[in-house]
Design a protein around this ligand. Structure first.
Ligand code: GDP
Ligand code: MN
Length: 386
């Protein structure tokens, strides 16, 4: 689960990770109020969306007077911000962060993330902050410092110094940095983060270090033990169909293609997406209704996929085990009755109660194409979207 920069910075403050003074604002008037409380200029007006690259897209601007704060707030609030992370459709800006402007001596990069391969928390840092870190990693990987922290041992002093020396920090800034990194690590572990990224971490002229940007992603599988963090979720930033699917415990991810698919089991869903690709089409989603789905869940899954305007055909691939084919078929029939099907639907169904399932589908008189096996299903679905 991602959160906004302003929310991340509030949490950082609680862990004594230094950030500039500032507050969120939801209107032009509020932006002015926050700015007047900062006691000076420049003031930074920052769009709050769950995507990076805001600066380049025109979503981060410096104001040198109260009039400028208001005119920039007015310009940025309500704009559709397009960055390399939002896709061409962009994202509507509904919130701002108003912050005290900082004098930047050097922009650095610092992040913590879970490295599954080594089962450690990896700290990544670079003197090439403020810019596209993916590009730095690709072109000059030697400019990225990596330190692996064994979660059982915790973060040691020598590892903090390794990062600090790697960043070539002036000695006067070392103590501040050491506190920042050690507190950031505590924050990361205590909240089950999967990623914390500060780009840029800045060094000021008076050897201060602080987080100028803050990106935080929590491990959603651990959120059950952080009920307080759940309140930070912003549904405006999530795909509406994914939000709808999560209400019914459906494992659904919206993708770019035009073949919707409904599958039971994550492994089968992955394989089905591969098969769709292999046949020359592209999946519009990942949808795993789960091993023990009810017909109501199936109905909701079908309705959600049909509500996606990109979807030009649907492939149903069910291997009836715990989820019986008759229950699945009933869900499809119920959904079709409610929403109507006006696009091609190909069904491949095998397993427990398959004959009853097929009979339910046939008796309903729906416009479905059945497939004899998986490759037949793939051919038919690719044909349907051609
Ligand atoms: P991003 O573009 O979405 O990653 O947003 P950032 O929060 O990283 O801001 C983008 C850039 O704006 C930073 O890399 C800085 O160069 C600049 N910026 C942000 N805050 C300040 C500030 O207080 N003072 C100055 N001079 N520049 C700032
Ligand atoms: Mn940034």
């Amino acid at each position: 689960m991602k959160i906004h920069e302003y929310q991340a910075k509030t949490l950082f403050r609680q862990y004594n990770v230094p950030v500039p003074e500032g507050k969120a604002a939801f209107s032009v008037e509020e932006a002015g109020q926050v700015a007047s409380g900062l006691g000076g200029f420049p003031v930074v007006v920052k769009a709050q969306i769950h995507a990076g690259g805001r600066g380049k897209g025109g979503g981060v601007k410096l104001a040198h007077s109260m009039e400028e704060v208001k005119s920039l707030a007015d310009e940025i609030l309500g704009m559709t911000l397009v960055t390399h992370q939002t896709g061409p459709e962009g994202r509507l800006v509904q919130k701002l962060l108003i912050e005290a402007g900082q004098k930047i001596e050097k922009e650095l990069y610092l992040s913590l993330l879970v490295d599954r391969a080594t089962a450690t928390v990896v700290i990544m840092a670079s003197r090439d902050g403020g810019m596209d870190i993916e590009e730095v990693a690709e072109k000059t990987p030697e400019r990225i410092i990596k330190v692996h922290v064994n979660p059982l041992m915790g973060l040691s002093g020598y590892q903090i110094r390794q990062v600090g020396f790697g960043l070539k920090l002036p000695s006067a800034a070392m103590k501040k940095f050491s506190g920042l990194l050690s507190n950031l690590y505590k924050f990361f572990v205590a909240n089950d983060c999967s990623l914390v990224e500060i780009n840029p971490l800045i060094l000021t002229a008076d050897d201060d270090v602080l987080a100028l940007d803050a990106k935080v992603d929590f491990d959603s599988n651990a959120l059950f033990r952080h009920k307080d963090l759940l309140e930070l979720r912003d549904l405006d930033e999530e795909n509406p169909l994914e939000v709808e699917a999560s209400k019914y415990n459906l494992n659904y991810i919206n993708l770019d293609g035009n073949v919707g698919n409904i599958v039971n089991g994550a492994g089968l869903a992955m394989a089905t997406m591969d098969i769709i690709k292999n046949a020359g089409a592209t999946p519009a989603n990942f949808m795993d209704v789960g091993g023990g789905a009810s017909s109501e869940q199936v109905e909701n899954a079908f309705r959600i996929i049909l509500a996606d305007e990109k979807v030009k055909a649907v492939l149903i691939n069910i291997f009836g085990g715990i989820l019986r084919c008759d229950i699945f078929a009933q869900g499809v029939v119920d959904a079709a009755k409610k929403t109507g099907i006006n696009i091609p639907v190909v069904v491949r169904m095998e397993g427990t109660n398959v004959d009853t399932g097929k009979k339910i589908l046939a008796d309903a008189g729906l416009n479905l194409t059945s497939a004899v096996d998986l490759s037949d299903a793939a051919q038919k679905i690719a044909e349907a979207v051609k």
